[in-house]
Ligand binder design. Sequence first.
Ligand SMILES: [Zn+2]
Length: 210
Amino acid sequence: MKVERMVTRVVTPPLAANAYVVRNLMIDCGGDAEFILRYLSEKRLIGKIKYLLLTHAHFDHAGAYFALQNSRAKVGIHEEELRISRENPYAYGMLLFTQVNPDFTLRGGEILEENRIKIKVIHTPGHSPGSVCYYDEDRKWLFSGDTVFSSGGFGRVDFPGGNALELVKSLKKLTELDVEVLFPGHDEVVEENADVEIKKAYEIARRILL
Ligand SMILES: [Zn+2]
């Protein structure tokens, strides 16, 4: 319950990706600019989001980024996502990657501090080459995008730039973190003992993908 007060999950169209609002930070924004602007306006958050941190450039997570940028949020994404999204905007006959024009790029290892929230950027390639997770070590929170989900789920690796071995390595990296609460890019939040779900995802991925 403590978690719900500080982090708001917004399920966004068109593919039900989760966006999260943590004070004046936002992690992912969904693919529908009109929807997210309406949401922010209803919550009186227009102009108040200072940073939009993207987990990756797939359109269902990042497509509405410019709406946030136009309302003064600084947008950050991993540099590898810019490369892959420019090389492969389309996959499976649809526009898969958003051509993000960020305010800053990430490489992994950075620590972002804003309004008493300290977030470490962890590069977790596999689902896409510049996928990242955002980790709040003090609160043991992990925002995991499409790298790992609840109940031992993990991201698909068959989109451009996807890589099964990299995904397994990234999941292994995540098993080394102390995580209590998992905020995935789709489906439900894991409110406690998220370590267990991450370990499960790693074991399953290792068996299926390698
Ligand atoms: Zn994705």
